[in-house]
Ligand binder design. Structure first.
Ligand SMILES: CC(C)(COP(=O)(O)OP(=O)(O)OC[C@H]1O[C@@H](n2cnc3c(N)ncnc32)[C@H](O)[C@@H]1OP(=O)(O)O)[C@@H](O)C(=O)NCCC(=O)NCCS
Length: 188
């Protein structure tokens, strides 16, 4: 049974991972809805797509007690994007596995924020949310995303790959990485 009591909040050295509040969404999309951020995510999102993202993320929180949380910078409370945990649910892919994901504003790239938020998410997956293994999914063109997977110590899992043309119509292959609790203990 998911713990939906009380707001989720988790601090790292420079960041806070926390539950969404109504006022977050405008700031989130102002920072995120650029061609560069959305390049491998189906392009700049229209209003219907933005509403669907909100409904999905709020649904994960409701159903599982975790979601892709708000990533906030502690020093100035700036909303940098999201990072966190969902259960894998892409059409054609593995279903119901613990999945880590991330999306940050362009001006927050290249400073290790994504790795810091992702590492905290992996800690939480194993320590608080009972995962034995966590996967991550992206397209082959998204080198920043699979580069982060590798930097976290995640291993390529070609057996979990599948096709979904929503993200990169030129190459619909979705590639998978994964890490077990033991692997994470060794990497961390
Ligand atoms: C994927 C994404 C989150 C990666 O962000 P990122 O900032 O590159 O990742 P990291 O946090 O690991 O930062 C790594 C970089 O920060 C640098 N860095 C600076 N200070 C650092 C620190 N204190 N700790 C670690 N790295 C640091 C590293 O050297 C590295 O730089 P490089 O890329 O020039 O080699 C980002 O590119 C993004 O939001 N993309 C758009 C959304 C998206 O596609 N999401 C994934 C969908 S599957």
């Amino acid at each position: 049974m998911a713990d939906t009591t009380g707001a989720f909040r988790h601090e790292t050295a420079r960041l806070v991972l926390r539950d969404w509040e109504d006022g977050d969404w405008d700031a989130f999309w102002r920072g995120i809805n650029t061609p560069a951020v959305m390049r491998w995510l189906g392009g700049v999102a229209d209003p219907a797509q933005r509403t669907a993202v909100r409904e999905r993320l709020e649904g994960y929180r409701r159903d599982h007690g975790h979601t892709f949380w708000v990533v906030e910078r502690r020093e100035d409370a700036a909303l940098l994007g999201f990072c966190g945990l969902k259960r894998s649910n892409q059409k054609g892919g593995p279903q119901g596995m613990m999945e880590v994901g991330w999306r940050l504003r362009e001006d927050a790239w290249g400073q290790g924020y994504a790795k810091e938020a992702a590492a905290a998410s992996l800690d939480l997956a194993f320590d608080r949310f009972g995962a034995a293994e966590v996967i991550a999914l992206t397209v082959q063109g998204n080198t920043a995303s699979w580069g982060l997977m590798k930097r976290l110590g995640m291993q390529r899992r070609a057996d979990l790959d599948f096709d979904n043309a929503d993200f990169d119509p030129d190459n619909p292959r979705i590639i998978a990485y994964a890490i077990t609790q033991q692997g994470w203990q060794k990497a961390a």
